[in-house]
Design a protein around this ligand. Sequence first.
Ligand code: 5GP
Length: 178
Amino acid sequence: MYDAIEHILFDETEISNAVNRIACSVNNDYENEQLVVIGVLKGSFIFLADLIRKLDIDFTIDFIRASSYGENTESAGNVRIISDISENIENSNVLLVEDIIDTGYTLSYIVDYLRGFSPLSIRICTLFDKPCKRVIPIKPDYAGIVIDDRFIVGYGLDYNEKYRGIPYVGVPKFDPKK
Ligand code: 5GP
């Protein structure tokens, strides 16, 4: 157990099962189609790495990074793109891969931004979803695990850029709002 973790919420097996379920649906939905998988940095990189190794369809990978929280744990809604995609996604099917959706500010901003490039379709995939915290009504097409209102770290999810490498997902001992 890592020092900063009070208790484990989802262990490696539970996470892997959720990733497998999502991969299965994505494989079915995009059979015989070209796909651009866009990871939302930084939090999604571990989930994305595990997910794409379960895909048996044709895809390319790109990344986008938006800032929202900074060092806070609540999204303020002042989202901006700080690292853009590099692929041409015009007329492509896009699968946006996110670690967690909370208020929805970040993803709805990114979806609107990407729509400006005229993709054929955009779907949203998230490993964790906190629908109870939603401010902007955005619904993921694929959601691995639904959680209630709590702050989690591990498996790519950080607190002040730390704890991303923890292989499971847990609740920190410290109060993330302080
Ligand atoms: P939203 O814009 O939906 O409020 O926030 C999305 C982003 O906030 C996620 O990509 C993630 O970086 C961060 N976030 C939201 N909830 C949590 C959480 O419980 N733990 C961590 N570590 N980050 C979170």
